[in-house]
Design a protein around this ligand. Structure first.
Ligand code: AMP
Ligand code: ZN
Length: 494
């Protein structure tokens, strides 16, 4: 069996094929770093993370690039409001995004920043102008002429044949029914950040960023482009128009879109009071592993309805998996093997693969592992597990965890970092008694402390003092006093 994946472009589930042998080149639209990421954003990022993990597990080499949108309308507006530079404004939220992504087990893609590719974007616009695909307006902005791309609408399946040539829109996100020439490059308005470039002063539009950076990193044609379903129009439609009209080649082969997350059946919004960032949930005392497990539990094309009951249930599920692993690893079993268990482990590994091959059916993969755990736990209770059964059963768990990434028991240090962050940000009021209890209840084990100190030492040697200081602060919060002696680093508990 091979992976079959839904392709928004063909509106069908297709066999996943790569343009180059055994290599996947994929791009996901990353966060706009103007605020903390919410659980909807992370539903999408976790889905793409699982996809790339599964592709690697399936034997592909994966080149996975994600952009950080660090210049856009909202960022510029907020930076102006706060009287700071765009860079100062975005640095904080980019750091927060990376911390949050690591918190929920997202493997780090190759990251590209819009502000580091301004020259290439200006050159791209110049090439479009040269080919008659874009034009300059009196104020020095540039627009893409969509009438020059008759296939406009092919991804979102909208018919724009009656569109008005020359009607323009200069905001990045706009009305779903309007086909308008969109801004590639925006001339500076008074007080706004801008860059000098070969096409004049200004800043790139959002759609342009992704076309330029994805093609630069992955080539003019690559395998898969991902994002949340809201990006289909206009963002991805515009990326296709710019890229394909310039190169004359297919831009991305597969279009992977994640359905939106709702909260308790409603659209998440600040005004409804049902808007949660990852940090909000941790401050309420929920574990990062439960959040990941829950967000991974619904296949990416189904609507996801977030509930607190679901989150509690996810915590129980993760606990059960971890306990099972512990039971198997620590058990002292009689020699020999139980053929039933060997078969169960093998079948479970197959079922996980078949489920994920089926358009990434994560719900079925989770069901498969739980059936294994249930049967094996009963066998454990009855003393029917033999020494040689532990390895295949653990292998089943590992295969599952290569994709779901919830078995590592590192929730506590992550939760303590969120606690520290809330304190430094003056958000103590949001720290729940549940979080206080969890964070204070367990201390770092000796092994964890030794590992932390080794990491700190390595960071110090690499002159990454920001990291070594952060680790020292983390160990201190956990009540560990670190001393540098002539015999090296020593530690003791407070
Ligand atoms: P943004 O930072 O707003 O550009 O969004 C980052 C990613 O999160 C994009 O791929 C969006 O499509 C996705 N996204 C935003 N809101 C949701 C939601 N409620 N559910 C799922 N994905 C979302
Ligand atoms: Zn994008």
């Amino acid at each position: 069996m091979a992976l079959r994946l839904y392709n928004t472009m063909s509106s069908q589930v297709e066999e996943f094929r790569t343009l180059r042998d055994k290599e996947v080149r994929m791009y996901a639209c990353g966060p706009t770093v103007y605020d903390y990421g919410h659980i909807g954003n992370f539903r999408t990022f976790i889905a793409v993370d699982m996809l790339q993990r599964f592709l690697r597990q399936s034997g592909y080499t994966v080149r996975y690039v994600m952009n950080i949108t660090d210049v856009d309308d909202k960022i510029i507006r907020n930076a102006v409001r706060d009287g700071i530079s765009v860079q100062q404004y975005t640095a904080k939220y980019e750091k927060a995004f990376l911390e949050d992504a690591a918190m929920v087990g997202i493997e780090r893609p190759t990251l590209v920043r819009a502000t580091e590719h301004i020259d290439e974007m200006a050159d791209f616009v110049a090439s479009l102008v040269e080919k008659g695909l874009a034009y300059r307006t009196d104020d020095g902005s540039y627009y893409f002429r969509i009438a020059k791309f008759p296939q406009y609408g092919k991804l979102s399946k909208r018919d724009f044949s009656g569109m008005l040539d020359g009607a323009r829109v200069d905001v990045d996100e706009y009305d779903k029914d309007s086909a308008r020439d969109f801004a590639l490059w925006k001339a500076p308005k008074p007080g706004e950040a801008f860059w000098e470039s070969s096409i004049g002063p200004g800043r790139p539009g959002w759609h342009l960023e992704c076309s330029v950076m994805s093609m630069q990193e992955l080539g003019e044609s690559f395998d898969l482009h991902a994002g949340g379903e809201d990006l289909i129009f206009p963002h991805h439609e515009n990326e296709i128009a710019q890229s394909e009209s310039l190169t004359g080649k297919m831009f991305a082969r597969f279009w992977f879109h994640v359905r939106f997350l709702l909260v308790e059946g409603e659209k998440m919004s600040k005004s409804l009071g049902n808007f949660y960032t990852l940090r909000d949930l941790v401050l309420k005392g929920h574990r990062p592993s439960s959040i990941r497990y829950l967000l991974a539990s619904v296949p990416y094309r189904n609507q996801f309805n977030f509930t607190f009951d679901g989150l509690k249930q996810a915590a129980v599920s993760v606990e059960r998996l971890r306990n099972f692993r512990q039971r198997l690893s620590a058990g002292n079993f009689p020699p020999g093997s139980n053929p039933g268990m060997q078969t169960l482990a093998g079948e479970t590994i197959d079922r996980i693969r078949v489920s994920l091959d089926d358009d990434l059916n994560t719900a079925q993969a989770q069901a498969a592992i739980f059936e294994m755990v249930r049967s094996a736990n009963s066998a454990l209770d009855l003393g029917q597990i033999k020494k040689d059964d532990a390895v295949p059963l653990l292998a089943g768990l590992e295969k599952f965890d290569e994709i779901f990434a919830v078995l590592k028991d590192d929730d506590l240090p992550k939760m303590r970092s969120t606690l520290d962050w809330a304190r430094t940000e003056g958000r103590e009021k949001e720290i729940s008694p549940e979080l206080m209890e969890i964070a204070g209840s367990a201390r770092l084990s000796d092994e964890e402390v030794n590992r932390k100190l080794a990491e700190m030492e390595a960071a110090r040697k690499a002159r990454n003092f920001q990291l070594s200081d952060a680790i020292r602060a983390e160990t201190l919060t956990a009540g560990i006093i670190v001393e540098n002696t002539k015999d090296g680093v020593r530690w003791r508990r407070k």
